[in-house]
Design a protein around this ligand. Structure first.
Ligand code: ADE
Length: 224
C-alpha cells in the first residue's frame, strides 16, 4: 500500500513512521509513505499557501490552487482509492474504518491548517473526510499520523502471530482483556492463577469474560 500525505509541515511527519511496526512494514515493502510539501506546489511568492477568508472573520484559509496543483500532480502517477481530508467535521475514525482502508492500494491524505481548506477542494477532489475525535488539533498532521499508523499495522503481512491484530481492542467490538508478564508476584500483587495454569481453553474463556466485563464497565455502547 502507498500512502501519500500533503502537508505544510513535512518535518512533523518524519518520525511517526520511522519506528516499530510501521518501520518494519516499510522495510518489508508492504507500506510506502510519501510526505509531500505543499509549498513545493505553490506559484505564489514566498511559497504562500493560505490567504484571508472571503467575507472576513478570523483565521486564514488554505488556497485552492496549491492544493489542486499538488493533488493533480500526484494523480498523474497514482490512482488513489480515496482522497482523504483530515478535519474535525469529518466522520469519526474507528477500527472498522481502519480495517477497510487497510485493504486499499493507494491513499492520499490532505492535512489542513488554520481555518481549513478552500471548500472547492473539498467539493471537487476529496472523496472522504475523517476526524480522529471531537477536539481540534492545530493541523491535520497528527491526525494523518494516527490514520497511517492504525491502517498500516493492519496491512496483510505486517503483523505476525505475536503482534496479531485479532486480539486488539475493538476488533470484535470488545476491549482487550488485562495482560500480565513476569514477575508472578510484585509487592504482594499476584498474577491471576488461571493465567499460570497452562490450561489454554480456560485461559481463553477467562480472557473472553474479562473482555466482556471491561467493555460493559467502560464502553457499554460497544455491546449494544
Ligand atoms: N484537524 C484538526 N483537528 C482534527 C481532528 N480532530 N481530526 C482530524 N483532523 C483534524
Amino acid at each position: 500500500m502507498k500512502i501519500d500525505i500533503i502537508t505544510v509541515l513535512p518535518e512533523l511527519l518524519q518520525s511517526p513512521f520511522a519506528h516499530s511496526i510501521l518501520k518494519r512494514a516499510r522495510e518489508k515493502g508492504l507500506l510506502e509513505v510519501n510526505v509531500v510539501n505543499l509549498r513545493d506546489h505553490t506559484l505564489y511568492a514566498r511559497a504562500q499557501v493560505d490567504d484571508y477568508a472571503f467575507g472576513g472573520g478570523a483565521g486564514m484559509v488554505m488556497m485552492v490552487e496549491p492544493l489542486v496543483q499538488a493533488i493533480e500532480s500526484l494523480q498523474q502517477t497514482t490512482r488513489y482509492d480515496e482522497v482523504i481530508y483530515l478535519t474535525p467535521d469529518g466522520e469519526t475514525f474507528n477500527q472498522k474504518m481502519a480495517n477497510s482502508l487497510s485493504l486499499k492500494n493507494n491513499l492520499l491524505l490532505i492535512c489542513g491548517h488554520y481555518k481549513g481548506i478552500d471548500q472547492r477542494v473539498r467539493d471537487h477532489f476529496i472523496t472522504r473526510e475523517i476526524s480522529i475525535g471531537d477536539y481540534v488539533l492545530s493541523g491535520g498532521e497528527l491526525a494523518a499520523a494516527v490514520l497511517t499508523d492504525a491502517i498500516g499495522r493492519l496491512i496483510p503481512g505486517v503483523l505476525n502471530d505475536e503482534t496479531s491484530a485479532l486480539t486488539d481492542s475493538f476488533q470484535d467490538n470488545l476491549l482487550a482483556p488485562p495482560v500480565y508478564t513476569r514477575p508472578e508476584e510484585f509487592r504482594g500483587w499476584k498474577v491471576p492463577d488461571i493465567l499460570l495454569s497452562g490450561n489454554h481453553k480456560r485461559i481463553e474463556e477467562w480472557r473472553q469474560e474479562e473482555a466482556v466485563k471491561r467493555t460493559a464497565e467502560r464502553r457499554p455502547d460497544l455491546l449494544e
